[in-house]
Design a protein around this ligand. Structure first.
Ligand code: FAD
Length: 404
């Protein structure tokens, strides 16, 4: 008898964790994993590559370390759309693929919110090529600064990605400026934002602002309105008609992301590349399709708002989705997903962080150690202890990655 085919799209936090669980549950099915790269990138550490604190190899590991060839076939290909009515996946670079059950975990993409100039001039922290580009450009721009001149770096947004990037950048700048034969004060860093990490208390966000201001960051309250090659224009509020101009030799946008464009190109009802999934993570009117991670929307019953998209929720969804696929496969009822927040920690450089874990507010070295433990745990949950040992995650020395 021909086995049914379970296809997983995306080998990120959600997709790989689901694959691991499915392989453990051993359904009597053929499993196919599809991803555009043959590696998993720890996106929570992208800012480290963007600043040269880590090299791409430090934050990636091969998909093959999770794939068990006894159960799973890996296909390296780029998905362009899903035709649900014919249960077909269409690719940019290979023949279409049919599925019986589909798990979509294609993650996030750059979001410009229609801001003029953003797509043309802003640097983005979304994947390995984008952060390698930021680091290369940063070095080139530093080397081009002449005596007496200055370089202005502006970051848009003050969520996790921005703060972690700025925190790491402020630690790396002394080394980077020295390597470019510049004085440290020839480079300025500003952050244009409407709210610094609003999920944290005023006390914790005040701590972050204080720490980064002490290192020389200027926080500017405002909403980015448009970008040109050398300037950022921002308004005080959405309603303001006047805008102010700030020189930006380099503008890094970390003000928001959207779900995968594959979702928009497919016949699912979506909003900014994300689908409001059923409680059991199936896609409305598509009982054989599940969606998890950054391209899914799950509502928090308490606030009535979508949960923030994080690696943590993607991995918890993955466990539920894998169990539900097996249940559906065995004609048993699928269970509802309940998110159990384990806490949130945001780093501000290598040895400082803030966070809330089990209801407790944390800051400083304790929070920073916890952040490393959380990152390591996610590698254990996906790649196993072997991968942690191979990557020497906990003991990795602070390094400066050299660009030629
Ligand atoms: C700088 C930064 C810091 C962050 N910090 C934290 C943090 O501290 N804690 C936290 O929980 N979250 C954090 N996040 C968010 C977290 O990274 C995401 O929520 C998480 O990656 C989502 O997981 P996912 O499985 O949905 O997608 P991803 O992990 O993004 O995986 C998606 C996969 O799909 C593949 N793919 C995409 N499109 C295609 C296509 N068309 N065809 C084939 N393959 C495709 C990608 O290559 C990728 O492998 C951070 C994000 C950033 C950028």
């Amino acid at each position: 008898m021909v086995k049914k085919k379970i296809v997983i799209l995306g080998a990120g936090y959600g997709g790989l964790r689901a694959l691991k669980r499915l392989q453990d549950l051993k359904p009597n099915a053929e499993i196919v994993l599809v991803n555009k790269n043959s590696y998993h990138c720890e996106k929570t550490a992208l800012h480290e590559v963007a600043t040269g604190a880590a090299s791409p190899g430090d934050i990636c590991y091969p998909v093959s370390s999770v794939v068990d060839p006894q159960y799973t076939t890996f296909i390296k290909a780029t998905v362009s759309k899903i035709e649900h009515h014919s249960k077909t996946i269409v690719f940019e670079n290979r023949e279409p693929l049919r599925y019986d059950y589909l798990l979509i975990a294609l993650g996030f993409e750059f979001e410009s919110f229609g801001i003029k100039g953003l797509s043309d001039y802003a640097y983005q922290i979304t994947n390995i090529p984008s952060v390698e580009h930021i680091y290369k450009q940063l070095n080139e721009k530093l080397r081009a600064v002449k005596p007496g001149e200055k370089l202005s770096i502006v970051v848009g947004g003050a969520g996790f990605t921005s703060i972690e990037y700025i925190g790491e950048l402020m630690e790396q700048l002394p080394f980077l400026t020295k390597a470019a034969h510049l004085k440290r004060d020839q480079v300025s860093v500003s952050c244009v934002q409407s709210n610094v990490l609003p999920m944290f208390s005023e006390d914790l966000s005040g701590y972050i602002i204080g720490k980064l201001e002490k290192k020389g960051v200027t926080f500017i309250k405002g909403r980015v309105a448009n970008i040109t090659a050398n300037s950022v224009f921002y308004k005080e509020s959405k309603a303001s008609t006047d805008s102010s101009e700030l020189t930006a030799d380099m503008f890094v946008w970390a003000g928001g992301v959207r779900g995968s464009s594959v979702i928009t190109n497919s016949d699912f009802k979506s909003d900014r590349g994300r689908v409001l999934v059923n409680n059991n993570l199936t896609v409305p009117d598509c009982e054989d399709v599940m969606m998890i991670g950054d391209c899914s929307i799950v509502i928090d019953d308490v606030t009535g708002l979508p949960y923030p998209t994080t690696a943590q929720i993607a991995m918890q969804q993955a466990d539920c989705a894998a169990a539900n696929i097996v249940a559906i496969f065995n004609q048993k009822p699928a269970k509802d997903f309940y998110y159990k927040p384990k806490g949130t920690v945001c780093s501000i450089g290598r040895h400082d962080a803030v966070g809330v874990v089990m209801g407790k507010q944390l800051r400083g070295v304790t929070a920073s150690v916890l952040k490393k433990v959380i990152d390591t745990r996610s590698i254990v949950l996906i790649g196993g202890v072997d991968t942690v040992i191979k990557k020497q995650k906990l003991f990795r020395k602070k390094s400066m990655h050299v660009v030629n």
